[in-house]
Design a protein around this ligand. Structure first.
Ligand SMILES: C[C@](O)(CO)[C@H](O)COP(=O)(O)OP(=O)(O)OC[C@H]1O[C@@H](n2ccc(N)nc2=O)[C@H](O)[C@@H]1O
Ligand SMILES: Nc1ncnc2c1ncn2[C@@H]1O[C@H](COP(=O)(O)OP(=O)(O)OP(=O)(O)O)[C@@H](O)[C@H]1O
Length: 299
């Protein structure tokens, strides 16, 4: 028997970051959106626990760890331990989400692994237990289970769905080389030693989402990690300016970067922006709509 689960990339429409906590994490007020770039994970019954990965052309296979360093196997072991069963099964992951790109690619795979393992083994794990296990694996992973558009607080792991009346068009431009999330957070600490304890509120962004108006949403987009990401990779600032010159309503760094995402007015606007960026020499330009579902079984 086997099962296939699809999990989406995320972007942060609002990412308010507060002063670093004693445990090394930062308090967040964020709004996540799942968008239509995804990884597919297939789990097949097997005696041992194994993993094979396949990557899209735009991904360097060497960037994806093998064996127990891969978060898929960590997720499977964690759920198996929780359920008191042995960890076994053959995982195959087909990756399309940029790696170390600020789009929660590893988090999507971990969420997909939890859902696949639970369903194939018929463990019937309550949703709240799956969310708690997801939070232990990483701050973004509960959102990867939930999907859609949702607010995240705490270190990002406490997730509540929010009203989103739009169907938004995005263009995403990954970088050839990833950026480490902890490095970007540390650089935020260096640049913003006076950061407030309470992160910038997501309320204005929520009001824009509920309007369904792309121009309003464009104005409300906010990312406190953009400044440190651009300071580490100055070319990202040029990329944002170029995409906006090609017709996007607004460009911003996705999460901790280095992927840059552009909000566009419409499907035509997205295609025009994507063509312009490809013409400017960006080899990988992805177009997607959001919101889309969280980790779910494919029929
Ligand atoms: C940048 C974002 O993608 C925005 O959604 C997330 O905050 C990152 O989430 P993630 O990759 O799931 O992060 P985790 O795996 O939980 O943590 C990796 C590292 O990122 C930093 N980290 C993460 C989340 C957070 N609220 N504060 C942090 O400072 C910490 O250094 C941590 O050791
Ligand atoms: N299944 C996986 N897919 C991608 N990276 C993985 C996976 N398992 C472990 N990793 C490791 O996790 C690191 C971060 O990868 P990921 O693609 O999740 O970054 P990210 O999208 O920037 O994350 P986030 O947006 O949640 O901060 C990679 O550099 C890689 O070493």
């Amino acid at each position: 028997m086997s099962i296939t689960v699809r999990a989406a990339a995320k972007i942060n429409l609002h990412l308010g970051v507060g002063r670093v906590r004693e445990d090394g994490f930062h308090p967040l007020d964020t709004v996540y959106q799942a968008i239509g770039i995804h990884d597919d994970l297939t789990l097949t019954d097997a005696a041992d626990l194994t993993l094979r990965t396949q990557v899209a052309d735009h991904i360097d296979p060497a960037a994806v760890p093998e064996g127990s360093d891969n978060i898929v196997l960590r997720a499977a072991r964690l759920l198996a331990d929780h359920a008191g069963v042995g960890a076994a099964g053959a995982f195959e992951v087909r990756k399309d989400i940029p790696v170390a790109g600020g789009m929660a690619g590893g988090s999507a795979d971990a969420a997909a692994a939890l859902v696949a393992y639970d369903r194939l083994r018929d463990l019937r794990t309550p949703d709240e237990d799956l969310l708690a296990l997801a939070a232990r694996l990483g701050s973004d992973i509960p959102f990867s289970l939930v999907g859609g558009t949702a607010r995240g607080v705490g270190r990002g792991e406490v997730v509540t769905p929010v009203e989103d009346l739009g169907s938004w068009w995005w263009v995403a431009v990954p970088s050839a080389e990833g950026l480490s999330t902890p490095v970007v957070y540390r650089h935020f600490d260096e640049l913003r030693p006076d950061a407030p304890e309470v992160p910038a509120s997501a309320e204005p962004l929520l009001a824009a989402l509920a309007s369904g108006e792309p121009v309003r949403l464009a104005r409300a987009l906010h990312n406190d990690l953009q400044e440190p990401a651009i300071d580490l990779r100055p070319e990202l600032g040029d990329l944002i300016a170029r995409g906006e010159a090609e017709g996007a309503l607004r460009g911003m760094v996705s999460g901790s970067g280095p992927t840059v995402v552009f909000l566009c007015e419409s499907a035509d606007g997205a295609h025009e922006t994507a063509l312009g960026l490809a013409g400017a020499g960006h080899e990988v330009v992805l177009t997607a709509t959001g919101p889309v579902a969280g980790a779910h079984v494919l029929a």
